[in-house]
Design a protein around this ligand. Structure first.
Ligand code: C5P
Length: 228
């Protein structure tokens, strides 16, 4: 593979594991761009709902994904996302969008349609990208690949707290079940399944707080990027 001049740190792992929090912290520390790839799947899900598309219509959904009119702005700590001139930053965080996102994410055409859009985020001086297949498919030449894991209970509680912070009300029992279903679907799909690549550093975050996860991840990144 030809060396790409713009470095990427890939952060992959299941729902609720804390990829977004860690990815943003790393991007902020490095002064790099950040890609929340799940947001693109969630935006495609939301656009499909708005247009009342049949969830079996993979060609229609892929075409929607290819032509999504989205804008990302704001800061790392407060990213704002727009779809067709409507701000949808909170709307796409609902479990409905997350579940539909995971259903359409099994469609090869949808994944292909979103591929270049994700790669376009690779801009100087570097990119931290979070998702399920950042290190395996989208940026296989990433300089650093971190794969986060945590127990299903820890993932559910983290996501629950995250949603509560955003003012989104959910039941912990429902969330635990939905996240388990979603992670199972993501791990079992034939294309770009959720699994660590052989060159990824697997970091089990169960029982660690965000500072501890960040410290360990920073150590991995510093070593690989030869930072002091
Ligand atoms: O990361 P987030 O929970 O926002 O992603 C929503 C869904 O989008 C995931 O459950 C997964 O099915 C899908 N996704 C994916 N590949 C990515 C990012 C997200 O399949 N790189």
């Amino acid at each position: 593979m030809i060396d790409h001049p713009i470095p990427v740190v890939a952060v992959d792992g299941p729902s609720g594991v804390g990829k977004g929090t860690l990815g943003r912290a790393l991007a902020s520390r490095l002064g790099w761009h950040f890609l929340d790839s799940g947001a693109l799947y969630r935006l495609t899900a939301l656009a499909s709902i708005k247009r009342d598309l049949d969830l079996e219509d993979s060609a229609g959904i892929a075409s929607l994904a290819e032509n999504l009119a989205v804008r990302f702005n704001g800061s790392l700590a407060d990213q704002r996302i727009w779809l067709d001139d409507e701000e949808v930053s909170l709307t796409i965080r609902s479990e409905t969008c997350g579940n539909i996102a995971s259903k359409i994410a099994v469609m090869p055409r949808v994944r292909r349609a979103l591929l270049q859009r994700q790669r376009d985020f690779r801009q100087p001086p570097g990119l931290v990208a979070d998702g399920r297949d950042m290190g395996s498919v989208v940026f296989p030449d990433a300089l650093v690949k971190i794969f986060l894991t945590a127990s299903p209970e820890a993932c559910a509680i983290r996501r629950y707290n995250q949603l509560k912070e955003k003012g989104i009300d959910v039941s912990l029992a429902d969330l635990t079940r939905e996240i388990a279903e979603r992670n199972e679907r993501d791990a079992r799909r034939l294309i770009a399944p959720l699994e660590p690549t052989v060159d990824a550093e697997v970091l089990d975050t169960t029982g660690l707080n965000i500072e501890q996860v960040r410290e360990r991840a920073l150590l991995i990144v510093s070593k690989r990027l030869h930072l002091n």
